[in-house]
Design a protein around this ligand. Structure first.
Ligand code: C2E
Ligand code: CA
Ligand code: CA
Length: 654
């Protein structure tokens, strides 16, 4: 019964063995590698075989055995040499080639050894000699089965080739002891096959599972370094790649880091939804991949930021690539037939000029990007050491801003907003100024962003409103004051209360306060802005939409919120881009204003021609250096007194 079971098992095993092509190439190669590992065991076996057959050859003097021994020695030495030189780790030969090479050597050696043992049994050699060589051959056959279990066909083939000649001679001679030996050999083969197959199974399964877990680990590693939306490397992937690349790079090689930031991407997301935002990101990623050289690394570094780094020959090549990247991103995107323009700002730092390690390069590219954005977006900016100085300056401003309020270094200036028909001042816009004891006069554009970044804007904003309201309380009843509000100020808890308190402290009628907000306050989904505007409108406070035309210029805000005024940004009135197109835009906004009973303010009027243009276009109010710069409160009061002392339109409008 037991024997039948063994035979069945072995047969099953052998069939599986024939079909082991199903093994994956990598598992197979690992198994073949086991044939070539430890050439020392191969050498030991070979040495034992050579010594045993040499003794037999010497003592028997048989020409046949001498020839076979020489052949065996040659094959044995060749096999050991191949074992050392041909390991799969050292050679690029295919797995199958390595397997065949091993097979030829193994089978030849086994057959030669078996034949020498068989011949020794046949000739008139001494009993001890016969025992020694037969034992050597059989031991080799059994041992090799264990050693080569990784490739069962080879192991079994070797055992059979060693045993077959001995078994045949046992049958030929046919005496009882040799028949007994023959029977033993017959039993030995299936027994060894069964043992060897078990070893093979364990070996194969453990290699396969090690392979599988390595594959999974590799997959997880790749996933952890990939951005799911665009398929590009993510922040972790980029860090990994940049460090790798920097360690491999030649000393004189230049490398450029481009930090790309999509302008106003948040607006796309908020107004058109995240799925559209994602498609814009995917398209941007595709374009970046396409426009950059194949060996460049492109990564998405978070929200709407992308980082590219690649080797460049010189600065000119870098500039060329930067302008190609910029042009490619600025190209309108078509989504379901709709055209969409997505701008981008780019900051660039180069190895070795702007930094020698990944951190410095990234930091400087980021600084350059910050400058590109501050310069008015849609810009490309190379890093320059002065930027680091600017950063230091920002840090100083940050540190000094809180104290500046207490030390009375800040004051509010007022710029008139004039009725374009009568020339009379209707409003003063409050604009903050900082007179720094060492740095001189600081413009709000420089410190308001810092105040926003640090949260000081809430305290600062309430202080500005209070000061502005106090000044306005001194003016005639029909003159209002406009105060600029930062988005962050509006979202702070108790924002509306802070403004009502400021009015109360100054004793100013809420109807005389106007709050100027830009579209950016609407970009977050929360309801804070809505409640803020609703609450304060109920109190009688008015709202103006500032810098219209620079943002998304969505008419839906005008429709939804009770704006009394729209301020057309000064870039449409004065400056390099002014022309028929900007006139048409002013005209359209003015028409909208008159239909909705809103005042339209043209900002940035610098010349009398501009006064005429914006008035013809339908603007009702004007503001700009042509009328007056922002002035301290006592001068504002004087302007009003002068105006009211005189009759008729002021010189400014005439
Ligand atoms: P804004 O609200 O658009 O203010 C108008 C800016 O344009 C002022 O610059 C003003 O001096 C300038 N300006 C006025 N007329 C002309 C002109 O004819 N030509 C030119 N080229 N410019 C003119 P300023 O005072 O430097 O303020 C810059 C920005 O800083 C303001 O832009 C506003 O966004 C912000 N800001 C100023 N004061 C405050 C404040 O108290 N709170 C907040 N949150 N932001 C403020
Ligand atoms: Ca303003
Ligand atoms: Ca403005």
């Amino acid at each position: 019964m037991a024997k039948a079971r063994i035979v069945k098992q072995v047969r099953k095993g052998l069939i599986r063995l024939m079909h082991d092509d199903a093994l994956t190439e990598r598992v197979r190669r690992t198994l073949v590698r086991t044939l070539y590992t430890q050439p020392s065991s191969l050498a030991l076996g070979a040495a034992a075989g050579i010594v045993a057959s040499s003794i037999v050859a010497y003592q028997s003097g048989s020409t046949g055995i001498i020839i076979l021994t020489v052949a065996l020695t040659v094959v044995a030495i060749a096999r050991v040499a191949a074992g050392i030189g041909l390991s799969p780790d050292k050679t690029h030969r295919s797995t199958r080639q390595l397997e065949i090479l091993y097979e030829i050597g193994a089978f030849t050696y086994s057959f030669l050894l078996g034949t020498i043992a068989a011949l020794t049994l046949l000739i008139d050699a001494g009993a001890t000699l016969k025992v020694a060589i037969v034992a050597n051959a059989l031991c080799y056959g059994v041992g090799i089965c264990g050693r080569n279990a990784g490739r069962p066909s080879i192991a079994l083939g070797q055992l059979i080739l060693v045993c077959a000649p001995i078994f045949t001679v046992c049958l030929i001679i046919g005496d009882a002891p040799l028949l007994f030996l023959g029977a033993t050999i017959i039993l030995l083969i299936p027994a060894m096959a069964s043992i060897m197959l078990n070893i093979f199974k364990v070996l194969r399964d453990s290699i396969a599972s090690a392979e599988e877990s390595e594959r999974m680990a590799e997959k997880m590693r790749i996933l952890a370094r990939t951005d799911v939306v665009t398929g590009l490397a993510n922040r972790a992937g980029l860090n990994h790649e940049i460090v790798e690349r920097l360690t491999q790079i030649a000393d004189d090689q230049m490398l450029a880091v481009f930090w790309v930031d999509l302008d106003r991407f948040k607006e796309v997301n908020d107004l058109l939804g995240h799925p559209v935002g994602d498609r814009v990101l995917v398209e941007t990623a595709r374009r970046l991949k396409e426009v950059t050289p194949d060996e460049a690394s492109v990564a998405r570094f978070g929200g709407d930021e992308f980082v590219i780094f690649c080797e460049v020959e010189n600065r000119r090549e870098c500039e060329k690539l930067a302008s190609e990247i910029h042009a490619e991103i600025m190209r309108p995107i078509r989504l379901d037939g709709d055209r969409m323009e997505v701008g981008a700002s780019i900051g660039i730092a180069m190895l070795p000029d702007d930094g020698l390690d990944a951190d410095t390069l990234m930091q400087n590219a980021d600084l350059a990007l910050y400058h590109a954005k501050v310069n008015g977006r849609k810009q490309t900016c190379f890093y320059h050491t002065s930027m680091s100085r600017d950063l230091v300056r920002r840090r100083e401003i940050e540190a000094e801003l809180r104290a500046a309020i207490l030390k009375d270094e800040l004051s509010i200036f007022f710029q008139p907003i004039v009725d374009l028909e009568t020339g009379k001042i209707r409003t003063f816009e409050a604009l903050v100024r900082w007179f720094h004891p060492e740095k001189g006069e600081l413009r709000p554009d420089e410190f308001i962003p810092v105040a926003e970044e640090t949260g000081v804007i809430v305290t600062l904003g309430n202080w500005i409103t209070t000061q502005a309201a106090k000044a306005a309380a001194q003016w005639p009843e029909d003159v209002t004051v406009a105060v600029n509000l930062s988005p962050l100020q509006i979202k702070a808890p108790g924002a509306a209360l802070g403004i009502i308190n400021a009015l109360r402290n100054a004793g100013l009628d809420p109807k005389r306060l106007e709050l100027e907000v830009t579209e950016s306050v609407f970009l977050d989904d929360d309801n804070a802005t809505e409640y803020f505007i609703e609450d304060l409108s109920k109190e009688g406070i008015r709202f103006a939409l500032d810098d219209f035309g620079t943002g998304y210029s969505s008419l839906s805000y005008i429709h939804k919120y009770p704006f009394k005024k729209i301020k057309v940004d000064r870039s449409f009135v004065s400056g390099p881009d002014v022309g028929t197109k900007s006139d048409a835009i002013i005209r359209a906004v003015a028409e909208l204003g008159s239909k909705l009973d809103m005042d339209i303010v043209a900002e940035g009027i610098e010349t009398v021609e501009q006064v005429e243009i914006v008035r013809d276009a339908g603007c009702t109010l004007g503001q700009g250096y042509h009328f007056s710069r922002a002035v301290p409160d006592y001068l504002a009061t004087m302007l009003l007194a002068k105006e009211r002392g005189e009759d008729g339109p002021s010189k400014a409008v005439a």
